[in-house]
Design a protein around this ligand. Structure first.
Ligand SMILES: Nc1ncnc2c1ncn2[C@@H]1O[C@H](COP(=O)(O)OP(=O)(O)OP(=O)(O)O)[C@@H](O)[C@H]1O
Ligand SMILES: [Mg+2]
Length: 285
């Protein structure tokens, strides 16, 4: 098997605050991210998701254990630029990530800082804007765009650095449903068509359901890890760590509690509807 693009090995972490060392935030996390995969991370508020994300491109360094990006230890200061080029980060608030007054200048900002030659920058910016479906807005002012469009510009800025992996920390949290859908579609296209590895931290079950793999965190530990269909079937377990399950799973789970024979793995609306139809048909015979 190919080497994982990110290897997280028994990572422990505590923030150092003015009052001294704060409580443990990551408590022995071990996780490999396979190149080309789309991994979603779910977890209750404060479970350590953002802290974990920041370990994936050396914004934070582990207090114990180790993180490797493409085989490079994140504590290797001389390789910091290689690490940041390999794994790009997108954050929750698009307004904090926009730095220029024209869309294409904003997208050019990071590659310019990386010392990419000007003629290549033009190509990368156009390509990145096309990848997020915002090419026709290249001469617009970013602050006049919608939240979803701004977030796609922020993603384009990261794509222009040509990272092999993007880590997105709740990129849709501040968006309306249309912006949310656009951003998710963009992320999926980058993964499926360009082979970019995606780590998506989210509070939205419907987004997590679309990943290849779902990692659930609670109190600084990984408490579930598998295909979304498998993980969401662990209804009691997820409820115990403060999470809900998708409405489809919840409905089927409630029916099963009442003794009805329905499958718990019908995750999409269509699969769930089919499961209900099968149940109804079997009772009217
Ligand atoms: N800079 C910081 N200094 C001190 N403590 C922090 C800092 N950032 C986060 N924490 C604490 O670390 C714990 C984990 O925070 P983290 O932001 O990683 O959780 P999260 O799962 O991303 O939460 P959310 O869903 O709210 O984004 C929390 O208890 C939080 O208060
Ligand atoms: Mg967070």
């Amino acid at each position: 098997m190919a080497k994982p693009i990110i290897e997280i090995k028994d990572v422990h972490f505590s923030y150092t605050t003015a009052e001294g060392v704060a409580p443990v935030v990551l408590d022995g996390v071990t996780l490999d991210i396979a190149e080309g995969s789309f991994v979603a991370v779910l977890g209750h508020n404060g479970s350590g998701k953002s802290t974990l994300a920041k370990h994936m491109n050396a914004i934070l360094l582990p207090s114990g254990g180790a993180v490797y990006v493409d085989g490079i230890g994140t504590t290797d200061e001389e390789r910091l630029l290689d690490i940041r080029r390999t794994v790009g980060m997108v954050f929750q608030n698009p307004d904090n990530q926009i730095v220029a007054n024209v869309v294409e200048e904003d997208v050019a900002f990071a590659p310019e800082n990386l010392g990419v030659p000007p003629e290549e920058i033009r190509q990368r910016v156009d390509d990145a804007l096309k990848a997020v479906g915002m090419y026709e807005f290249r001469e617009h002012a970013p602050h006049l765009l919608s939240g979803g469009q701004k977030q796609r510009i922020a993603i384009a800025g990261v794509i222009a650095m040509q990272p092999r992996c993007i880590v997105l920390d709740e990129p849709t949290a501040m968006l309306d449903p249309i912006g949310r859908a656009d951003v998710l579609r963009t992320i999926k296209t980058l993964n499926r068509e360009r082979g970019v590895t995606v780590v998506l931290i989210t509070h939205h079950m419907d987004e997590a359901a679309q990943a290849d793999r779902l990692v659930v965190m609670a109190k600084g530990k990984v408490v579930a890890d598998g295909a979304p269909k498998e993980v969401f079937q662990q209804v009691e377990h997820l409820k115990a760590v403060g999470l809900t399950v998708p409405h489809t799973t919840e409905l089927l789970w409630q029916l099963r509690q009442e003794g009805f024979d329905v499958p718990l793995d019908a995750l999409s609306d269509e699969e769930c509807a089919l499961a209900l139809k099968t149940l109804l048909d079997s009772r009217t015979k």
